[in-house]
Design a protein around this ligand. Structure first.
Ligand SMILES: Cc1ncc(COP(=O)(O)O)c(C=O)c1O
Length: 360
């Protein structure tokens, strides 16, 4: 039987229907309805944040955050899902790449510092908590303060992650989430932005509703990025189970790490961070060995994905780059293994054994 790379969590159907009946009875399908309100409040409580705005996907979350913070140029990471960069480029933002840290695979604060010494014209730093592993938020904050830059974190992978006792979403001026079906928590399609400042949240709330202001008058032109009530119903249903989903995934992630730590290179985790088991990346720098592993997994009907490749400074080579050797090397060495709520510990043992046999 095929082992899937990812499998969306299925909401409990009976519970989902109860929420859908509420939508049906109220006739309120979208535009900040009662389920939208409930989901917002419950997410804020669960995540330990304020100023959370639901939006229709994680890509628009980045674009709206940039718009609200008036970002016209940004330094960003080349090692992330394409949406982090394409969202900036689609927005017409002058985007330049800085290299990642070789251990954590996240945007490297030292490289950002060096880039800003050479060119201080950028408005913002846009970094991703890759695979749910928090960036060095303290060092990025330090650089941003010294050069007076905004920070936006793409936290699409980092739902529920904490740094010490604080939500990872509480760092920076804004953090964005994706609630795509493949994510740890989902609303089929969807996302959110968590703003540091209430005023930014208020502005964003108008911008995602065409720019219509509270009194009905028109402000700055906006867009439609609202999350509808049907999708909120999925979110509310899944939120009831989210603690056990994260616990299960984090446990599976640790099983993997224990089985693989002496066989392959693994990302070095932020020392104060919790785990959400969003992804299981392994790094095999010898290309022939990497191809052998991929082949053996294929033969055993185990899905894997070279994620992320290519390095985005290569894909968008017309954009400025401050040199991204670490990212380019990693992009040809990384492989994500199956990790989702329905995989078993015995699947993981079997899979680790296949990798061991190929690399010993
Ligand atoms: C790091 C990252 N950023 C942004 C996105 C875009 O989110 P969405 O698919 O909800 O637009 C994703 C989605 O897969 C992602 O992994």
């Amino acid at each position: 039987m095929t082992i899937a790379l990812n499998k969306p969590v299925a909401p409990n159907l009976a519970k989902l229907i109860q929420y859908l009946e509420q939508v049906h009875d109220s006739g309120w399908y979208t535009n900040f309805g009662p389920l939208h309100q409930q989901l917002t409040e419950r997410l804020e409580r669960f995540l330990g944040v304020e100023n959370l705005l639901l939006v229709s996907n994680g890509t628009l979350a980045i674009q709206v955050a940039c718009k609200v913070l008036n970002v016209q140029s940004a330094l960003t990471t080349p090692f992330t899902f394409v949406a982090t960069t394409s969202a900036l480029l689609w927005q017409g933002i002058n985007t330049a790449f800085c290299d990642i840290d070789n251990d954590s695979y996240n945007l490297c604060p030292k490289h950002v510092d060096q880039a800003l010494q050479l060119d201080n014209s950028y408005d913002a730093i846009v970094a991703t908590h890759v695979y749910g592993n928090p960036c060095d938020v303290a060092a990025i904050q330090n650089v941003a303060e010294r050069y007076n830059k905004k920070i936006i974190y793409d936290a699409a992978h980092a739902f529920g992650v904490k740094v010490g006792d604080k939500s990872v979403l509480s760092f920076g001026d804004a953090s964005t989430l994706s609630f795509h079906a493949t994510k740890v928590f989902h609303t089929v399609e969807g996302g959110a932005i968590v703003f540091k400042h209430k005023a930014d949240f208020e502005k964003a709330k108008q911008l995602i509703n065409f720019g219509i202001q509270m009194d009905g008058s028109l402000g700055e032109p906006g867009i439609n990025a609202k999350l509808n009530e049907y999708q909120c119903a999925v979110g509310l249903t899944l939120l009831d189970e989210i603690e056990s989903i994260i616990e299960n995934r984090a446990n599976l992630f640790q099983q993997y790490r224990a089985a693989l730590e002496n066989i392959v290179e693994l990302p070095v985790w932020h020392p104060l961070a919790s785990y959400n088991g969003a992804y299981m990346p392994v790094c095999i720098r010898d290309n022939a060995k990497l191809l052998k592993v991929i082949n053996a997994l294929n033969v055993n009907e185990i899905q894997s994905r070279r994620y992320f490749t290519p390095s985005l400074d290569v894909a968008y080579s017309e954009q400025k780059s401050f040199g991204c050797n670490n990212s380019q090397k990693l992009a040809t060495s990384i492989l994500c293994l199956p990790l989702h709520n329905y995989i078993s510990e015995s699947d993981i043992k079997m899979l680790a054994n296949i990798i061991y046999e190929e690399l010993k």
